[in-house]
Design a protein around this ligand. Structure first.
Ligand SMILES: CC(C)(COP(=O)(O)OP(=O)(O)OC[C@H]1O[C@@H](n2cnc3c(N)ncnc32)[C@H](O)[C@@H]1OP(=O)(O)O)[C@@H](O)C(=O)NCCC(=O)NCCS
Length: 163
């Protein structure tokens, strides 16, 4: 069973640690603090000891839900945790009156794109050369589309309706 609760101040370091373990370009610690602000929906998935092993941080403004960051610790991946968190975020967006959800994802991040596509997000646009390129190429590196500028990587904008 996946247990979600709101992000707390004392979770920030742990979430930052998770992000550093699983992301090629983790957020700086300070950015996590924004998840505590009022217009954010930020949840952690916690183990039996109430210790976070995953997080999802979203912004709720007007009629839009933006998924800002999501990560699941390696040992908990492929167990439906991210799907569960995004489902909860979409519900929160609907309850808030949002009718659209958006996110940005690196063109090379095929696992995340597969997750979002499986949850009815579609590619709505491309921000060319938006991200600094990842430090090292791995098996999920860029395979399609126009090549990015050296040292930069395109962002895909993905969107879905909440209606
Ligand atoms: C992307 C990420 C959040 C997915 O978390 P997760 O809890 O493992 O995902 P789920 O188990 O909920 O997967 C749901 C679906 O997403 C897709 N998916 C998830 N991980 C995948 C992978 N590595 N390869 C292919 N498809 C994947 C599958 O369709 C999966 O359904 P299935 O397991 O029934 O096939 C996780 O891999 C992660 O933390 N990655 C590093 C951080 C990151 O890239 N965040 C996204 C930033 S935009």
């Amino acid at each position: 069973m996946i247990h979600l609760r709101p992000l707390r101040e004392d979770d920030l370091t742990l979430c930052h640690d998770i992000d550093r373990r699983v992301s090629n370009h983790p957020w700086p610690l300070d950015i996590f603090r924004r998840g505590l602000q009022k217009n954010h929906w930020a949840r952690v998935a916690v183990d039996e000891a109430d210790r976070p092993y995953a997080f999802c941080i979203c912004l709720l403004v007007a009629d839009e839900l933006s998924v800002l960051n999501i990560a699941v610790d390696q040992s908990r991946q492929r167990q439906g945790v991210a799907r569960h968190m995004i489902t909860a975020a979409l519900e929160a967006g609907r309850a808030h009156g949002a009718d659209q959800a958006f996110l940005e994802v690196r063109q090379s991040n095929l696992p995340a794109q597969a997750l979002y596509a499986s949850m009815d997000f579609n590619v709505a646009g491309v921000r060319e050369n938006y991200y600094p390129a990842r430090a090292a190429c791995r098996s999920d590196s860029i395979t399609e589309g126009s090549p990015p500028m050296r040292g930069r990587e395109h962002a895909l904008i993905m969107a879905r309706t909440l209606l």
